[in-house]
Design a protein around this ligand. Structure first.
Ligand code: GLC
Length: 741
């Protein structure tokens, strides 16, 4: 091999190791050298699919780099042809969409997928979503959302994997693998997008788009780890968040986007703003105008302006006036071109329209059914469930029993609700129409009318059992849908009270986008299933669980509070100086009670100290025993290369096969900062036959016991720890160990 070629290959191998390859960088160099400033800015401009004529003209003039929300493959190819064959340099477009939990085949919302605690299943769902979406020309999805969410008032908790950073990380990485595969140039691969970077889930008071106050320990211990893992796993893109962090809007946050994302994490993909988020820095009051907003965003390294019209309107003037150096623009453009090369769009820009549509393939629907089954949580069961295959007459009641659109949940723009299998349809098919008596009771979940309740009561009276489907319409959760009261809306509670008053066995099934404060309704039911909007096959999955064809294995990815006022509420809380050993109930407090009579500890007089159901909780139709952890040693040195092995034995002590999720929690008893009372460090879902036992083994490294100081710097401190292996965040017997210098 000639010396020059060998040198070139050497460079190629080295650069490839950092995720870049010399050949692509050389192609970028060559293209950049020919681009005008306007064409460069065009690559940074993302527009919403609109009237073909105006958008088509802009594309042909090289003023658009990517398009969001075009899902007609014919139109995609037409616009792509304008970019590739009519624009001066023929740079292809990227077509993007919010494929958040499925495309044609809609899976459970991300919170429901998190409830499966099954990353392999979540990866399979993302792969199916990519296969379906790329068939329509979508090569970039704005998913996974990795925002840790601890306040169910925030509607976007629906799009998260809940309150824990590890669960958000594992589920987010599974989605990234499913979307991107290990070859982004594969025509069925989609660029994933780690969003919203960062801290959006901590919007003050759970009000969407609100400010956040995030001290460095919280940022570094809880908010950033899922995103760092995404960057390390090769996620192709990031998205800025709408919120400000401590007064700095993310789209102008150079510390977050340059120091952390680019320098510390070595991310070399694309950073896209959220919708109009650059221009919204004017509303935030940190930019005087679009010129200023553009300056802040470009300096922070935001590559693409999504529908903000800041870059296209202001960037050229800033460069011409010498206020923004063109090399900064070049850096942004390189990231966009690199993504297009990685996606293989220069070599393969068009969709193969001859490819048969993969939409709703039986395997896709089967996977969606499994995901909805595994994401359903059995909260309570006095023995009523499962009903079996011949339960007699079943009254199917409630506004969510036959809601094909609403069971799809938030962010399901491509859901074809006529494809949805509702609980009513599935139960009719399973038990026979003659054995199902349907009475919705309400027209929809917010319906305040009591007119339909008597018919529901009549149905329950005529049946042997009643199953009531309640919860939230899709529009009640997701973006811009925060709630100040998480109780059931409309006359749903009155409906349940009337049906339960018949004395018939009543199972209540919640279908919602978030945990609701439903303690009263749960108390009146004989059995309760909780499903976070389950998607296309939600009804099939619920019928399988209700009948017993499937055994529920879902676990809560979020804490279920008793009252809205308890939020933000999460298991990994601090102990405080006054942890409540006992509490008093509001109504038991005597009149003229002494000031100190309620214990002077940290709890609510009207809600107590505990949630309704804790993080990680979920029952099964069988029972399990999880032993206390057995450790490979009673201590581990901070510098140890060998992890501490933590193992336990999980046994199916019941009479039917089931799956249990063994959760590993640790507690740092004393730190230089107060540490959470528990932190999830690993989990494993295992399926066991009746009587079967398995040993589950985890490796616990010193690094997993580190945290960050007030200055945001990593700390690892010798000291005493406790470790649990349990089926939720409250059970189990702790075993002690120490971390030594
Ligand atoms: C929305 C959301 C973001 C989404 C984007 C594009 O406002 O905040 O999650 O990906 O705009 O639809």
């Amino acid at each position: 091999m000639a010396l020059a070629a060998a040198a070139f290959m050497g460079v190629a191998c080295c650069m490839a190791a950092t995720g870049r390859d010399a050949a692509t960088e050389a192609r970028i160099d060559s293209l950049m050298a020919r681009m005008t400033l306007q064409e460069k800015i065009g690559q940074l401009n993302q527009l919403n699919a609109a009237r073909f004529d105006t958008l088509g003209a802009a594309v042909a003039q090289g003023r658009v780099g990517s398009i969001i929300n075009e899902v007609d493959p014919e139109v995609v190819n037409s616009l792509q042809r304008k970019a590739v064959e009519e624009s001066r340099l023929g740079i292809p477009l990227i077509f993007a969409r919010d494929v958040i939990h499925g495309f044609n085949t809609v899976f459970p919302i991300p919170l429901g997928q998190a409830a499966t605690w099954n990353p392999q299943l979540v990866e399979e769902a993302a792969r199916i979503a990519a296969v379906e979406a790329t068939a329509s020309g979508i090569r970039w999805t704005f998913s996974p959302m990795m925002d840790v969410s601890r306040d169910a008032r925030w509607g976007r908790i629906a799009e998260s994997a809940g309150e824990d950073p590890l669960l958000n990380e594992r589920m987010g990485l599974a989605m990234i693998r499913g979307y991107q595969t290990d070859n982004l140039a594969d025509p069925t691969a989609m660029a994933a997008c780690a969003k919203h970077f960062a801290g959006y889930g901590f919007s003050e008071a759970g009000k969407d788009y609100n400010t956040t106050w995030l001290p460095l320990p919280l940022l570094e211990d809880v908010v950033l780890p899922p995103f760092e893992a995404a960057a390390g796993a090769g996620v192709a893109t990031f998205m800025t968040s709408f919120n400000d962090i401590n007064g700095v809007p993310s789209s102008g946050n150079s510390w977050l986007m340059r120091d952390v994302l680019r320098d510390r994490w070595r991310f070399d993909g694309v950073l896209v703003s959220d919708w109009n988020a650059i221009t919204e820095m004017i509303n935030h009051g940190v930019a005087a105008d679009k010129l200023h907003a553009t300056m802040l965003a470009a300096t922070a390294g935001v590559d693409i302006d999504m529908e903000g019209h800041a870059y296209p309107d202001a960037m050229e003037a800033l460069v011409r006036e010498g206020r923004l150096d063109e090399t900064v623009v070049d850096g942004l453009v390189r990231n966009v071109l690199r993504l297009k090369f990685r996606l293989g769009l220069f070599d393969n820009p068009y969709i193969d329209l001859s490819r048969p549509s993969p939409a709703y393939a039986p395997a896709h629907l089967a996977a969606a059914t499994r995901a909805a089954e595994e994401g359903t949580i059995l909260l309570k069961n006095g023995g009523m469930l499962p009903l079996g295959l011949k339960p007699g007459k079943v009254a199917v009641i409630g506004p969510m029993a036959d809601a094909p659109y609403d069971q799809g949940g938030t962010w399901a723009p491509d859901l074809q609700h006529e494809r949805s299998v509702t609980p009513l349809a599935a139960l009719r098919r399973l038990y026979g129409e003659e054995n199902v008596i349907h009475a919705p009771g309400l027209g929809y979940t917010r319906d305040k009318s009591l007119d339909g309740i008597q018919a529901a009561v009549k149905a329950a009276r005529e049946a042997d059992v009643a199953v009531c489907f309640v919860g939230e319409e899709a529009v009640m959760s997701g973006e811009a849908h925060s709630m100040a009261d998480l109780g059931l809306k409309g006359a749903q509670t009155a409906l349940l009270e009337a049906v339960c008053a018949t004395g018939k066995p009543v199972a209540v099934v919640f279908m919602a986008g978030r945990p609701l404060t439903a303690g009263k309704e749960i108390d009146m039911a004989d059995a309760v299933l909780y499903a976070f909007h389950g998607g296309t096959m939600a009804g099939e999955a619920l019928a399988n669980i209700i009948s017993g064809k499937a055994n529920p294995s879902g676990k809560l990815p979020v804490t279920m509070a008793r009252m809205t006022g308890q939020y933000p509420m999460y298991y990994a809380h601090k102990n405080t100086g006054r942890p409540p050993e006992w509490t008093v109930d509001l109504d038991s407090i005597p009149v003229e009670a002494l000031q100190t009579s309620t214990g002077c500890t940290s709890y609510y007089l009207d809600a107590g100290k505990d949630p309704l159901y804790p993080f990680g909780y979920g029952l099964s139709y069988t029972t399990f025993d999880i032993s206390a952890p057995r450790l490979s040693a009673s201590s581990i040195a901070i510098g140890s290369e060998t992890p501490l092995t933590v193992e336990c034995t999980v046994t199916n002590t019941g009479d039917r096969e089931g799956a249990e999720t063994v959760q590993l929690y640790v507690r740092d008893l004393v730190g230089s900062l107060a540490r959470p009372v528990k932190e999830l460090k690993d989990f494993r879902k295992v399926t066991l036959k009746p009587g079967e036992s398995k040993v589950v083994s985890f490796a616990l490294t010193p690094g997993q016991l580190s945290f960050h100081g007030l200055d945001g710097k990593p700390l690892i401190e010798a000291g005493d720890f406790q470790v649990w292996t349990a089926g939720n965040s409250v059970d189990g017997t702790p075993v002690s160990f120490s971390l030594t210098d």
